[in-house]
Write a new protein. Structure first.
Length: 193
């Protein structure tokens, strides 16, 4: 009878060891599968950035714009344009002159600005014609809230250029166009009177 108990103990002890061994092997297989998944899908920063519509950091300058001024990959939720040829000359979208009353603070009362938007995508420049009324409205509203003391500073016009560019990019983004392909805005005339 004592021998039967010892054999039963050996059998049940062997079963417990076998179950533990199977559990450890399953955990190892699951761990390897999870690690492989993360390495293959999450480790590629370039594909993750391009899926978000960003350019790889190696192509960007310190200000976040690509070195050559050409955005090549962006989210498919935006209208897709043919990328320009490397080294292609920029294209410009000219707006009619703006003349607005602005917060002159007892000094100048009129602000006259003539500007052009710049992009290396010729199709964007053509499409911007469709948004001219919206751009004109939003830029006019932006110019009216400027103050003489702010615009009279050395960097006043540069600050205004950045604000106008941000406003134009907002208009493009609201209309399904990737905003960063509109690269800059330049003043042809800037007069406070």
């Amino acid at each position: 009878m004592a021998e039967e108990e010892k054999t039963e103990e050996k059998k049940s002890g062997g079963k417990g060891l076998m179950i533990a061994l199977i559990v450890v092997i399953l955990l190892l297989v699951i761990g390897i599968a999870v690690m492989t998944f993360f390495l293959l899908s999450g480790g590629d920063d370039k594909s993750a950035q391009s899926a978000k519509g960003e350019t790889p950091a190696a192509q960007q300058t310190s200000e976040g714009a690509p070195e050559d001024g050409v955005v090549r990959n962006y989210s498919p939720k935006f209208k897709q344009y043919e990328p320009p040829e490397p080294g292609a000359a920029p294209k410009y979208f000219a707006m009619e002159p703006f003349v607005v009353n602005f917060k002159g603070e007892g000094q100048a009362k009129y602000l006259a600005v003539t500007l052009k938007f710049m992009s290396r995508y010729p199709q964007l420049v053509k499409d911007m014609e469709n948004y001219r009324p919206i751009l004109r409205n939003d830029v006019t509203a932006l110019l009216r809230v400027q103050t003489y003391s702010e615009m009279n500073q050395d960097n006043g016009p540069d600050i205004l250029r950045k604000r106008i560019l941000e406003k134009a990019r907002e208009v493009l983004e609201q209309n399904g166009i990737y905003p960063d392909i509109l690269e800059d805005v330049y003043f042809e005339r800037f007069v406070m009177q």
